[in-house]
Design a protein around this ligand. Structure first.
Ligand code: CTP
Length: 424
């Protein structure tokens, strides 16, 4: 996975009191880099290690980097209730790495050591950066714990797909330092510490493909990975927006500071978006929504039958999410769409812009090797409702998302676009 773009708003870390929890996994040594990164951005860092973490990283190392003693035991100081004090003194907490055990204890409300007891006392925002072997990450108990924690508003960053200890490879690798720093900064932002042109603004973004079921084991879908929508959601959050990302099934990690709502079908996505779009100043439709669904989803597996007769599947139209949001558009709302095309892209894009009541549409080809579905880059043309045509040269999806958000911000304020360095 590519390095996330440098954050526009890590300024929230300046002066923030960050509790850095480290639990006992091989990736614990990376907590030293994270501590240094937080300190470099002006944060006051208090590290807390579990007993197991001390086998992977020395408390003295973190103490030297943060300039503070590193407690590991609830009874380290007989004169104060250490876990209560530590929790009260934090503006934000981050656990990196968070092992399966740490996630499980937190989900279950257990406090049997200093870190878990401190986290139970915490009222500040909490960011968890899980790291473990793929088998553990995918165990149903861990999946359920992660879902519980997400529901409680805990922010998860990573894990990423990549090489793991012992020569294995898969999802489970600790998120990159930059992504964790961004997540911590974004978690501070709602508490009023952050800033940005979109502070206090609500945005809804759709991403990924939908699945339209034929029967309990089969569905119709498309090649969208969701990367573009995730990048837009992350870019809006970095400018301070409160972002609801309504995403189809996929493996991508939650963007820092974004509330993710997972859906499967176009109709579920429609319901989740229409409800939230009423209060949103910005709505971006980056999902590749299936236009049709099987008229009937069988509740038992469809069988082949005895003959080779062609099997008929009747498809019916799904709702057009963006068109419905466009039909109810409030004054001042900015609506943005994407048009993924294989031919006559600008004509089709312009048509969709008008038909769906959009302010901006990104038009791109999906038959190129470096743009469109399931690749890390994109390029295209941005068309505006007032007839402008702006070329979007080849860039990472993250860089393109930043450029798009520049245009959204300019649209809201009517301001001239800021000068930007050319996208990577
Ligand atoms: N869109 C949507 N709901 C749908 C279909 C599309 O919200 N049911 C949104 C997409 O998220 C995108 C824009 O509309 O922002 C254009 O999507 P696209 O699939 O290119 O266009 P369609 O309207 O489906 O037209 P066609 O399939 O004919 O190209």
């Amino acid at each position: 996975m590519s390095e996330p773009p440098a954050s526009l708003d890590r300024a929230a870390l300046q002066g923030a009191r960050v509790l850095l929890g480290v639990s006992g996994g091989v990736a614990a040594y990376k907590a030293a880099l994270l501590a240094r990164g937080l300190v470099t951005h002006g944060a006051h860092v208090q590290a807390v290690l579990t007993e197991a973490a001390t086998r992977f990283i020395a408390p003295a190392q973190l103490a030297a980097l943060t300039g503070r003693p590193v407690p590991t035991d609830v009874f380290d100081d007989a004169h104060r209730i250490v876990h209560v004090d530590l929790a009260r003194q934090a503006d934000v907490a981050v656990v990196a790495p968070a092992t399966a055990n740490a996630l499980g204890k937190l989900a279950g409300g257990l406090g049997d050591d200093l870190l878990s007891s401190t986290l139970l006392c915490l009222t500040a925002p909490l960011v968890l950066a899980p790291a473990m072997h793929t088998e553990m990450w995918e165990h149903p108990a861990v999946v359920a714990n992660v879902a519980t924690l997400r529901e409680r508003g805990v922010v998860l960053v990573g894990p990423e797909h990549g090489p793991l200890a012992g020569g294995d490879e898969g999802p489970g690798r600790l998120a990159e330092e930059g992504a964790i720093l961004d997540a911590v900064a974004a978690a501070l932002a709602p508490a009023g510490r952050g800033s940005g042109e979109l502070a206090g603004v609500r945005a809804v973004v759709t991403a990924g493909a939908t699945r339209e079921h034929l029967d309990p084991v089969r569905y119709l879908t498309n090649r969208s990975s969701g990367r573009m929508g995730y990048a837009v959601a992350g870019a809006l959050a970095r400018r301070g927006a409160h972002v609801d990302l309504v995403a189809g099934p996929g493996e991508l990690p939650d963007p820092p500071g974004v509330t993710v709502h997972r859906v499967e079908t176009a109709r579920e996505m429609h319901a989740a978006v229409v409800e939230r779009a009423q209060d949103a100043a910005i709505v971006v439709g980056a999902a590749a929504v299936a236009d049709f669904r099987p008229a009937q989803a069988a509740d038992r597996k469809r069988k082949k039958g005895a003959t080779d007769e062609p099997e008929q599947v009747t498809l019916v139209r799904n709702p057009d999410i963006l068109a419905d949001v466009g039909a109810r558009k409030r004054p001042g709302q900015v609506l943005v769409g994407f048009a993924a095309e294989t031919h006559d892209e600008e004509a089709h894009g312009a048509d969709k812009l008008g038909r769906k009541g959009l302010d901006l549409i990104v038009v791109n080809r999906v038959d190129a090797h470096d743009a469109g579905f399931a690749v890390e880059t994109n390029r295209g043309v941005l068309l505006t409702a007032d007839g402008q045509r702006i070329a979007l040269p080849l860039a990472s999806k993250e860089a393109l998302a930043e450029t798009l958000v520049d245009h959204i911000v300019a649209r809201r304020t009517g301001a001239d676009l800021p000068e930007r360095t050319p996208p990577r």
